[in-house]
Design a protein around this ligand. Structure first.
Ligand SMILES: [Fe+2]
Ligand SMILES: [Fe+2]
Length: 196
């Protein structure tokens, strides 16, 4: 898959090394599976394979970093301080993108935006955003009751799969009394209500 990175000037071996330094095997292998699923979806829907696979590979680079590092980054990069009210589940995407830019030398805003959005969705999602969001949800090792239905939807429509995933995630958050990031509700209104 190395060739797909040439036009974005990335060295996949360097990224792999950095991922392995920062993630345990379980999370690292998840990243490889998301990369693989992203390639599959990019081919199916005729979307830029190099950006889709790069986003898939590195999307969880910050998943196991300490909270203090994210809190520092929120101040250093002057991000919305409301983020301080959330945690790693939100931070590793929206704050993680800044850390990724710094530590992995990935400057492509399209790739970084997909990473920002993968934890919370967004009312405005392009195909790269959608592919990462979906691949993370349906990669080959995912195993939850609705995953087959989600994979089936992903055969035909990115938009329908995004809507399915947002609905599923919101239900999970409500059922488990977990905090909901407000943008998730905007995403619900856009993808589940308006687009369907
Ligand atoms: Fe993630
Ligand atoms: Fe992930």
């Amino acid at each position: 898959m190395t060739n797909t990175y040439n036009k974005l000037n990335y060295n996949r071996d360097f990224l792999i090394e950095k991922l392995q330094e920062n993630l345990d095997d379980k999370r690292f292998n998840h990243c490889l599976r998301v990369e693989k699923k992203s390639l599959e979806l990019a081919r199916r829907f005729n979307v830029d394979e190099s950006r889709a696979t790069l986003a898939g590979l590195i999307h969880d680079y910050c998943k196991q970093m300490p909270d203090a590092k994210f809190i520092d980054a929120i101040y250093i990069y002057n991000l919305d301080q409301d983020l301080l009210n959330y945690g790693n589940g939100i931070w590793h995407g929206s704050v993680g993108a800044e850390i990724i830019r710094e530590e992995l030398q990935v400057n492509d805003e399209i790739v970084l935006n997909a990473i920002r959005k993968h934890t919370i969705a967004d009312p405005y999602m392009n195909d790269i955003d959608k592919i990462l969001f979906i691949s993370d949800f349906i990669e080959d090792a995912r195993d939850f009751p609705e995953v087959r239905a989600a994979r089936q939807l992903a055969e035909e429509s990115l938009d329908k799969t995004v809507a399915f995933e947002i609905e599923h995630t919101l239900k999970y958050l409500i059922d488990n009394k977990k905090k909901i990031y407000p943008k998730m509700l905007n995403s619900y209104n856009k993808w589940v209500i308006e687009e369907n």
